[in-house]
Design a binder for this molecule. Structure first.
Ligand code: NAD
Length: 477
């Protein structure tokens, strides 16, 4: 018996969880279930994290968690519990298989079978945001080498285990040369270790357009967190319905399984939600805990239900479907087919989980890190950029004012009067002679800024790593 924690969640959560548990129990899953309360009720009881200590204890003890979708209350400082759980439990890989079930489920793409592997812990989902001036807020995008290595290696190991032929990488490294550039660079390094698997790289905009238009081009696709969130919903939706896809969140010790969709409050308590997404998540969970026999039995019965035209509202088509059923009716239809095999739908293969094949991250030798200057960000309004530059000149020592940008575009020296400027300025001070900057120059410049009445909102040091520039140039520099 495997102990598994589960939560019924919010909106359609309780309905689709009841349906899923009934199917799993009747199929003979060897699971001892432990229920926890998370989500809206917990949030509204005053706990802004949406989860209490006992619930955390249960998940951390059982290490396997089946979660129905939850509602994140709008505003009020509530953090997304989904993001918190993925990060706190180190669930670095989000695996989202999206497959079409033509001709049983209407789809524009008869032949699609794509697995999106989304990095799950970093990127803009670090959730580090600040308002810095009246006009400007920022969100920090954090991409790390260990984060990239883990997710990219996972994607290749997954492809190898499931006999997938190609891994594609989606980034926007033509614009974000350092953050997305690192993800792409790590992808190239790791792809070279898997010569048996084809690999290619796409700029996210055209990659996403091609997935929506020609998903047959893709097999396994790995990408940073935000792109993966967006692209996996698109991919699930074009396969037939967002209600069809399950998702696994895999970490080194814990794993969480869910549907990819949300709590769908618009259709809650109406007995019309499709429970397939959560059921497919539960099937991935059965595979993960080594109950491949039950996983196969459940997914076969589920595929037979689709083949027999027994469909929930989201996939029901007049003339094509045979019977429209509610959430409970769908579960009953799946249960009635346990033990049968689908005639045409090719269901997924089940293999013991991939996570064990991943080496732990080993930190490489520290690079030679040389200070070259500093970007001083200032809040300044009401004067010209030349006046600002004159004031900033007074901060110079071995580091000299080399550039001022506004929203990343160079506005001094020789800016364009057409460029729209906000009250948020990046003022770059750099050494001119190629030597390292004096460490003291930065606090000295800041103390002079205080004397000058310059409103400094933050600084970023400029470094070279082993002789390679570790910061972006200004646009137009
Ligand atoms: P949603 O995925 O809940 O719903 C989007 C649309 O898809 C709705 O029209 C809904 O009716 C439909 N839909 C979703 N699941 C369906 C199903 N199983 N069967 C039939 N139709 C289905 O997205 P949303 O409305 O943007 O978000 C609602 C709430 O869910 C928000 O509070 C959001 O924060 C939360 N959310 C939670 C998760 C999660 O728990 N993992 C994921 C995404 C969103």
């Amino acid at each position: 018996m495997q102990k598994v924690t589960f939560a019924k969640g919010d909106g359609i959560g309780p309905e689709i969880m009841d349906a899923t548990l009934r199917i799993l129990k009747t199929a003979g899953a060897r699971i001892e279930w432990e229920e926890i309360e998370i989500g809206e009720k917990v949030y509204l009881s005053g706990n802004t994290s949406g989860i209490g200590k006992e619930a955390w204890d249960s998940i951390r003890k059982n290490k396997v968690f089946l979660k129905a979708p939850i509602t994140t209350p709008q505003g009020g400082g509530y953090k997304s519990l989904n993001v918190t759980m993925r990060k706190a439990l180190g669930l670095f890989a989000n695996v989202r298989p999206c497959k079409s079930y033509h001709p049983f489920v209407q789809t524009k793409h008869e032949d699609m079978d794509v697995v999106i592997i989304r990095e799950n812990e970093e990127d803009l989902y670090a959730g580090i945001e600040h308002q810095q001036t009246d006009e400007v807020v920022q969100c920090l995008k954090l991409i790390t080498r260990p984060g990239c290595e883990k997710i990219v290696r996972y994607a290749f190991e997954y492809a190898r285990l499931y006999n997938r032929k190609k891994v594609s990488c989606f980034t926007k490294d033509n614009i974000m040369k350092h953050t997305d550039g690192l993800f792409h660079q790590v992808f190239k390094e790791i792809a070279a270790e898997y010569p048996d698997i084809e690999s290619d790289n796409w700029i996210i905009d055209i990659g996403a357009a091609r997935i929506a238009d020609t998903p047959e081009l893709f097999d396994v696709v790995v990408m940073p967190n935000l792109y993966g969130d967006v692209v996996s919903d698109i991919t699930a939706q074009i396969s037939g319905s967002v209600g069809l896809a399950g998702s696994a969140n895999i970490g080194e010790s814990c794993a969480m399984f869910e549907a990819i969709h949300g709590s769908a409050p618009d259709i809650a308590e109406k007995n019309i939600a499709n429970p397939s997404g959560l059921l497919k998540g539960a099937v991935m969970m059965l595979n993960h805990i080594g109950q491949q026999d039950i996983a196969e039995k459940v997914v076969n019965a589920w595929a037979c239900t689709l083949e027999d035209g027994i469909h929930t509202l989201d996939i029901y088509r007049e003339g094509k479907s045979v019977k429209r059923v509610g959430t409970r009716g769908f579960a009953e239809a799946v249960i009635a087919r346990l033990g049968q095999a689908p005639r045409r739908i090719k269901v997924e293969e089940f293999k013991k989980d991939v996570k064990l094949n991943l080496p732990s991250y080993s930190r490489s030798k520290k690079a030679n890190k040389v200070l070259k200057g500093v970007d001083i960000f200032v809040d300044y309004a009401g004067g010209s950029v030349d006046e600002l530059a004159m004031k900033l000149k007074n901060l110079e020592a071995d580091i000299k004012l080399s550039m001022i940008t506004n929203r990343g575009v160079k506005v001094w020296p020789q800016g364009f009067e057409e460029t729209f400027c906000t009250d948020h300025w990046r003022c770059r001070f750099e050494v001119e002679n190629g030597h390292p900057a004096e460490k003291e120059s930065i606090p000295e410049a800041l103390s002079k800024a205080l004397e000058e009445g310059i409103d400094v909102i933050k600084t970023e040091n400029l470094y070279e790593f082993d002789g390679v520039r570790g910061y972006s140039l200004g646009q137009g520099q």
